[in-house]
Design a protein around this ligand. Structure first.
Ligand SMILES: Nc1nc2c(ncn2[C@@H]2O[C@H](COP(=O)(O)OP(=O)(O)OP(=O)(O)O)[C@@H](O)[C@H]2O)c(=O)[nH]1
Ligand SMILES: [Mg+2]
Length: 474
């Protein structure tokens, strides 16, 4: 279970120093929440200024200080830091300590009617504990001022910090009484979805199957989504597409995958195209020009994508004879639900520019939110909670807004990531996503000009369409 997000820094991702065990202990004090790392002093600086730059106006936060004596301690407050200078009352605030000795975490509530902290320009000032004292990796400890504790129990009287982190604390909320989307979780529904998908026929005679492309940030679960769909139809776990985690995109080739139903069985009428992950910078990850060529069917299977040089017309990987069979009929954006609030403006801008080009080409789009199991413990416990989780609904709305895509086009899934056996609930969510892709593909076909719809020769058909498609393929 990942209830903790890392933060993108300038050059690399800044990660938490909390071990899994210590995370659990901290969460036992905070309840049903997710933590988002805002500030890490070893990277951003042990100064009040750096702290306020990252942590002001962030809502509930928890400070996590580490010392060389093995103490992890700090303060939780439900109120903002703003540097306004006043005393802040917060009945929910507390100081805490987790010692590596393995004893129960220490939780210290404030003394009645005393303020929780002073909201000044210094480091966080909880009276009894002042962090980043005088812009150094030190704390000042004055037990009894507004919190009472034994110094030895709180920090072992070791006032020098080896690390200091601040996390935004996001409540995960509970379950809605009624799901915001109705899913029928029965074996019959699973069978029905499989049958509908297997018997799908494109609305245009010359087009043999639907073609969808998976687009999204590095590590979002694009390749794993294909593997998962393939597994559902195969009836056992498959891992044809290489998936995993690395700083950069694991997928570097453009791949077009067919899905087989059963071992050696017939192909499901859907080609899923897997692409390199998107990165923020212009010179890294999938290039938008290459993506447009993919959308128009010009890039051949196994073409080695190069973020620095988009494909040229004379490249052997360039398909000059593209037909509507090679073009993409539905774009599927894939986003990791755990990372929704970490999507940077640069990434959102990149996605917006892709969306603009895709809209221009008249290609329908859906958005898959993956890793719902990692994002929400309630969904991990029981996947049928997926459309009842207040947290996941909030994330879906947040993404729909920042992406500018209607909520009706947002689907939640859990890919097969660690399982060895198929699971009916996972299958139903995955198949629902595929069914939606096929519905949207139909909309794409319906939008083709009549001449194109009736053309017999696919090349002729594509030419007819090209009149409404602004990108040339000569
Ligand atoms: N728990 C969980 N893990 C997932 C899920 N989907 C993907 N993963 C894991 O996330 C990691 C990245 O998945 P990939 O499928 O390689 O991601 P990708 O989008 O293809 O990444 P690039 O090719 O690098 O752009 C893998 O370790 C997967 O096992 C999911 O729904 N739940
Ligand atoms: Mg991949």
């Amino acid at each position: 279970m990942c209830v903790l997000d890392s933060v993108p820094a300038i050059m690399s991702v800044v990660t938490s120093s909390l071990s899994e065990d210590k995370q659990k202990e901290l969460l036992s004090l905070l309840g049903h929440v997710r933590l988002h790392l805002l500030h890490k002093a070893s990277v951003h600086g042990f100064t009040a200024l750096a702290f306020h730059n990252h942590c002001d106006n962030q809502g509930p936060t928890v400070l996590v200080a580490y010392n060389a004596s093995g103490f992890i301690f700090g303060a939780y407050s439900s109120k903002d830091y703003t540097q306004e200078g006043g005393e802040v009352c917060d009945e929910e605030a507390f100081l805490y300590s987790i010692h590596s000795g393995g004893s129960e975490p220490l939780r210290v509530a404030g003394i009645n009617r005393k303020c929780a902290f002073i909201d000044g320009v210094t480091g966080p000032h909880y009276g009894a504990l002042v962090f980043l004292h005088q812009d150094t990796a030190e704390i000042q400890s004055n037990p009894g001022i507004n919190f009472t504790f034994q110094a030895a129990e709180m920090h072992g009287e070791d006032l020098t910090l080896t690390e200091f982190e601040v996390y935004r604390v996001e409540g995960l909320g509970d379950l809605l009484d009624k799901p915001w989307r109705n899913i029928n979780w029965t074996p019959e529904r699973r069978q029905q979805l499989m049958k509908t998908i297997q018997s799908y026929k494109p609305d245009i005679k010359t087009v043999k199957q639907a073609r969808a492309v998976l687009v999204g940030p590095v590590g979002a679960g694009k390749s794993t989504f294909f593997n998962s769909i393939n597994s559902v139809f195969r009836g056992n776990m498959t891992s044809q597409a290489i998936a995993g985690t690395a700083g950069r995109s694991v997928t570097t080739q453009f791949r077009t995958y067919t899905i087989k139903s059963g071992k050696g069985g017939g192909a499901v009428p859907l080609t899923l195209c897997d692409t390199m992950g998107l990165e923020e910078t212009a010179e890294a990850g999938l290039d938008i020009e290459d993506l447009v060529h993919i959308l128009n069917g010009h890039i051949k299977d196994r073409y080695q994508l190069n973020p620095l040089t988009p494909i040229q017309g004379d490249n052997p990987g360039f398909n000059k004879q593209a037909t509507l069979n090679d073009a993409v009929h539905c774009v599927v954006y894939v986003v990791d639900t755990c990372k929704v609030s970490l999507l940077t403006q640069k990434m959102l801008d990149k996605l917006a520019s892709i969306r603009k080009k895709t809209n221009y080409l008249g290609i329908p789009q859906i958005l898959l939110m993956t890793k719902v199991d990692e994002a929400c413990p309630l969904a991990a416990e029981d996947l049928q909670n997926v459309y009842r989780s207040v947290y996941l609904q909030r994330k879906a709305r947040e993404l729909s807004e920042s992406f500018g895509i209607p909520l009706s086009c947002v689907l939640l899934v859990k890919n097969y990531s660690e399982e060895l056996e198929l699971d009916q609930d996972i299958d139903i969510l995955l198949l629902t996503a595929v069914q939606q892709m096929l519905n949207y593909t139909d909309s794409f076909f319906e939008n083709q000009v009549d001449e194109a719809r009736e053309a017999i020769d696919p090349q002729e058909l594509y030419r007819a369409n090209d009149r409404i498609r602004p990108v040339s393929f000569e």
